[in-house]
Structures are given as C-alpha cells and as structure tokens.
Write a protein that binds this ligand. Structure first.
Ligand code: PGA
Length: 253
C-alpha cells in the first residue's frame, strides 16, 4: 500500500518552547501508526535538531525542513543547503510551497534545482503544487498544475521520482477555511496520477503518495483521506493544535 502521510507544516509559527510543548502533547497521545502510515513535522530550521531528537524513538515519525537552497555551499548569506540538512539527519524537505512561490519568487525551474540537490543528499522532497483561485474559476486548473509537475519533476529518472511526495494544495484553500470538496481533491489527485503515469509508468505513479493540503481540519480529514487517490494531508493551521493534529493523524488510511 502507498504511504499515507500526515504532514504538519508549522510555517513561521511557535517559539521554541511552544514547539516543544506541542510536540510533547502529540507524542504523549501515543498514536499507534500502521506500517504504511507516517507522521512528518515540517518545522522552522532552528527547531529541526530538537524535533529530530524528540521523535528519535517514535516509529514512523519524521522531521522535515520547510525549504533549502539550490546550491551546494558558498556565499549565500542566510540560506541553508541540503548538505547541511543531511548532516543533521534530516530526511524530508518541503519544496515549492505556494507561500514560497508567491513571496520568494520560486519558479518551477528553481524548484527543479532544489529537487535535484535534495535528492543528491538523500532528502525526500515534499513537492507542493496547486492553482490560484483565478485559475480554478477559469477551469484550467488541470493544465496549470500539470505544468508545475512537468517543469519541476519530469527530468527525473524513475528511481528518483519514487522518492518524491507530492502535495496538492489549491491556493484558494490554504489558510482560508475553504477546503476543496472531497470530489475536487480526488479529481485533481487522480488527474495528477494519470499525468505521472504517462511519464513514469503506471506502477510508479501508483506508488507515489499524493497529499492534499488546504484547510485540512479534524472534522474533514477522514472524508478527504477516504478518497482513493488522497494519501493524507499537508496541514498548516490545524497542525498547531495538538488535539486537532492527533485527530487528523488518526484519520489516515
Ligand atoms: P492550512 O495550510 O492547513 O492552514 O490551510 C496548509 C499549507 O499551507 O500547507
């Protein structure tokens, strides 16, 4: 079975102490994960080592960075490299979140470079894609998201694409409380899987986890995750509330 993933995206929230407390509250719930279920905490850079050590004994729990730079090393003040992440034991990195695309001008081409460097350091990218409201309203969301995948992922080998986790996050649903309907999510996920199947083959596409993100909450996760092509969620706001994130984790297939 495909990996089913509850990924918390803390974004730029919580102090160090608050992060520790949240993590404690979640870990104390001792959610027992099935083999195919993973919980990932995408946290700010200064908290990566702390979270990684807190979850060290918890089976199927992982930590992720929220970004990394395209270059190996050098004079790039303020940036963090994939090699640095690898050197502190990080195995996952969120790439191409819509907030980074919008506020930090990350293009599909730049994301292709970030994907490459993460893979080179054995870090699995959680690659975000998704359309803005205007595109959804014009009905061209499929080709818009397809282009994001093509320009950032289609240069990969079959072996490399297997390491990628995809997160479909319609921008109009992020932080707005306006969740995509189960039908809208399933329709896009199944479309993306068909696009991936054409490029990489049915078997590979069938193995890839495609997460849904955009106002996933404790009260809608079960229904969203019940769709055959929705393999869990990338959760922002609700991942900051222990009880809510625990419920979301329990909703995984
Ligand atoms: P949200 O954020 O759950 O607060 O909508 C999701 C995301 O941006 O990853």
């Amino acid at each position: 079975m495909r990996k089913q993933i509850a990924a918390a995206n803390w974004k730029m929230n919580l102090t160090y102490r608050q992060g520790e407390q949240l993590l404690d509250d979640i870990l104390n719930a001792k959610i027992s994960l099935k083999d195919q279920q993973l919980v990932v905490f995408a946290v700010p850079f200064p908290y990566l080592i702390m979270v990684n050590s807190e979850i060290a004994d918890a089976k199927n729990y992982f930590v992720a960075a929220q970004n990394c730079y395209t270059k190996k090393s050098g004079a790039y003040t303020g940036e963090v490299s994939a090699e640095m992440l690898q050197s502190i034991g990080i195995k996952f990195c969120v790439l191409g979140h819509s907030e980074r695309r919008e506020y930090f001008a990350e293009s599909n081409q730049m994301l292709a470079e970030k994907i490459n460097i993460c893979l080179a350091y054995d870090i699995a990218p959680i690659f975000c894609c998704g359309e803005p409201l205007s595109i959804r309203e014009s009905g061209t969301q499929n080709s818009y998201v397809e282009k994001q995948l093509k320009e950032s992922l289609f240069h990969l080998s079959t072996e490399q694409i297997r390491k990628i986790i995809i997160a479909y996050e319609p921008i109009w649903a992020i932080g707005t409380g306006k969740t995509a309907t189960t039908e809208q999510a399933q329709e896009m996920h199944s479309y993306l899987r068909s696009v991936l199947a054409k490029q990489f083959g049915d078997d590979v596409a069938d193995e890839l986890s495609i997460l849904y993100g955009g106002s996933v909450k404790a009260n809608n996760a079960k229904e969203l995750f019940s769709s055959p092509d929705v393999d869990g969620g990338l959760v922002g706001g609700a991942s900051l509330i222990a009880g809510d994130f625990i419920e979301i984790t329990r909703a995984l297939k």
